[in-house]
Design a protein around this ligand. Structure first.
Ligand code: ADP
Ligand code: MG
Length: 565
């Protein structure tokens, strides 16, 4: 096949431009990204070989190799992992097949400062392209395990890339960066310096479970030119979760998070758990600081990595945590599972079930701790993940109270600060029997609702719920510590029983007085309503529509419809 030239997708081109005129100040991380990809490729090869023993692949010495050529000013990261087919290179490297891209780029353009842009890039993860921060040309040669021909991809990062097939490519992938001149003032270091490479690997990739080797730059100088130079292994390969806690620094945990979470930013919280006894396991979990784009997508990634005695088994293992904790990243290493355990088996395993319950409780108690010890951090967490966590109020009755205890809500009590149910309960007026809430699309929309008038006039606090899931959980949960949760838009609410002095007078007498009008209105609106009645809800608006206590609210009807029910 001849060399073919392709244009980058518009989005890909825009991302590349961002990389080249890097908004990201720490350029060293390009190496972390390439090593991370190489490590993933070795994991994938191991798994594929385990599943298909017939795969014609070399799995004898899986490793990552870094090669420096000072004269040519190149740096090569090579792995003998799964590799990519011709089509895969085009798909994975040439395009950005993520629907969130356009939105991401839009946000990026609107980001006010470099820090904001960095954060966004981290959220998106532009792994492979980060090579263009330090290189003016990138060449990738790859051959997929089991296939006979390889592929070469190269680009100067401008508008186009080239693809061609090659006959003699070794299994796996090598990425060669033609380095830009060093420019230390702009954080562009001399990446042909072995010392610098050692430092970066130690800092960002020490825990990678495959050896990362570097060939000595000048083997002739050692005076043993007839012998192949001994490569140096740069990383310790120690699984962080298996090391004593006091021997691992916060930074090391964070780097592991970035590798497995495909995130460039630090996590919000690190959680460790060791279980001994009949079913032994170690867990190292992270709460990210930002919700991913695909949090609510049906095919979004969910779950943590599963290892068995330090050997990577699978990504996105959804059996280890319930769906409402799908944003949690991390590693669970179990001692007593078979190496070729399948997802189906995991779903039914009694030990896994126990592990899931324990991990769930641990995550919730960590959030609770955050709430009491570091309210700002908790607020960040809840803003990002509250809408997901609340799904647990519907699906996980065992932990309902624990979730309610860490939940917080916008409320009429304060313009910006959310309240917990506990705080709401403390502020309830004498004689107030229920916790009131109103759902809607926005805080402002809810506050302008006529349903709110009487509550405002009487100074009764109302929770303002704007997430789609709010309708469902509030109904399903029903009460908090013996206090009913009641929507102010549903059923009869007689606020006067909650008041000491009744200013509205005798309702029955008034209803008699207005019987004619009420009857007439009912006749006129017969098609659309069940009943017309006098109300103490309103102070300014002449009328409002209320649903029966057991009817679906409009937002809920929409949500069920969207879910196809
Ligand atoms: P991410 O790693 O977050 O998926 P990247 O931009 O780093 O994003 O890589 C894009 C994709 O390209 C990877 O998901 C992988 O499928 C493929 N890829 C990159 N590097 C390699 C490699 N060394 N070996 C095999 N596949 C790779
Ligand atoms: Mg990557």
């Amino acid at each position: 096949m001849p060399t073919e030239t392709f244009e980058f997708q518009v989005e890909a081109r825009q991302l590349l431009q961002l990389m080249i005129h890097s908004v990201y100040s720490n350029k060293d991380v390009f190496l972390r990204e390439l090593v991370s990809n190489a490590s993933d490729a070795l994991d994938k090869l191991r798994l594929e070989k385990l599943r298909h023993d017939s795969l014609d692949a070399d799995v004898s010495d899986p490793h990552i190799e870094i090669d420096i050529d000072k004269d040519a000013r190149t740096l090569t990261v090579r792995d003998n992992g799964i590799g990519m087919s011709y089509d895969e290179v085009g798909q994975l490297i040439g395009t950005i097949a993520n629907s969130g891209t356009a939105k991401f780029l839009q946000e990026l353009r609107e980001a006010k400062d470099a820090a904001g842009a960095e954060g966004l890039i981290g959220q998106f993860g532009v792994g492979f392209y980060s090579g263009f921060m330090v290189a003016d040309e990138v060449t990738l040669v790859t051959r997929r395990a089991g296939e006979s021909r390889g592929t070469r991809w190269s680009s100067r990062g401008e508008g186009t890339y080239m693809l061609e097939t090659v006959d003699d490519a070794p299994q796996g992938t090598s990425v060669t960066l033609h380095l830009k001149p060093a420019d230390p003032e702009n954080q562009l270091h001399d990446y042909t310096s072995p010392w610098k490479i050692r430092e970066i690997i130690k800092r960002y990739s020490d825990f990678i479970t495959w050896p990362i080797r570097m060939l000595p730059e000048d083997s002739a100088a050692a005076g043993e030119s007839d012998r192949a130079p001994e490569p140096e292994t740069l990383n310790s390969m120690k699984a962080l979760w298996a090391r004593p806690r006091d021997q691992v620094s916060e930074d090391e945990y964070h780097e592991l998070y970035k590798h497995i979470g495909h995130d460039w930013r630090d996590p919000l919280e690190t959680i460790r758990l060791q279980a001994e006894g009949t079913f032994e396991y170690q867990a190292l979990l992270f709460l990210p600081a930002h919700a991913p784009h695909d949090l609510f997508a049906r095919d979004g990634k969910r779950g943590v990595q599963l290892y068995v005695r330090r050997v990577f088994i699978m990504d996105d293992c959804e059996a280890l945590l319930p769906p409402y904790l799908r944003f949690v990243k991390g590693v669970v290493d179990a001692a007593d599972l078979s190496l070729n355990v399948s997802r189906e088996i995991l779903q039914q395993d009694r030990h896994i079930e126990m592990m899931r319950r324990r991990l769930t409780k641990k995550v919730l108690s960590t959030v609770k701790d955050m709430m009491t010890k570091d309210r700002d951090r908790y607020d960040t967490f809840w803003r990002e993940f509250g809408p997901v966590l609340k799904e647990g109020l519907i699906t996980d009755s065992e932990n309902r109270d624990a979730i309610l205890a860490v939940a917080s809500f916008a409320s009429t009590h304060h313009d910006t600060e959310p309240t917990t149910l506990e705080q709401y309960a403390e502020r309830m007026k004498d004689g107030q029997e229920a916790i009131y809430y109103l759902t809607g699309e926005s805080r402002q929309g809810i506050e302008n609702s006529p349903h709110m008038e009487a509550f405002r006039a009487r100074g009764i606090e109302v929770l303002l719920l704007t997430d789609p899931v709010d309708e469902v959980w509030a109904d399903a949960v029903g009460e908090y510590e013996g206090k009913k949760l009641r929507s102010v838009a549903k059923g009869r609410i007689d606020l006067d029983t909650e008041q000491e002095d009744t200013s509205d007078g005798d309702r029955e007498k008034q209803t008699e007085e207005y019987a004619g009008l009420l009857g007439w209105m009912k006749e006129q609106l017969e098609e659309d309503i069940k009943e017309v009645r006098l109300s103490s809800r309103l102070t300014v608006s002449p009328a409002c529509i209320v649903s029966d206590a057991h009817d679906l609210t409009p937002a809920l009807e929409n949500m069920y419809r969207a879910m196809g029910q």
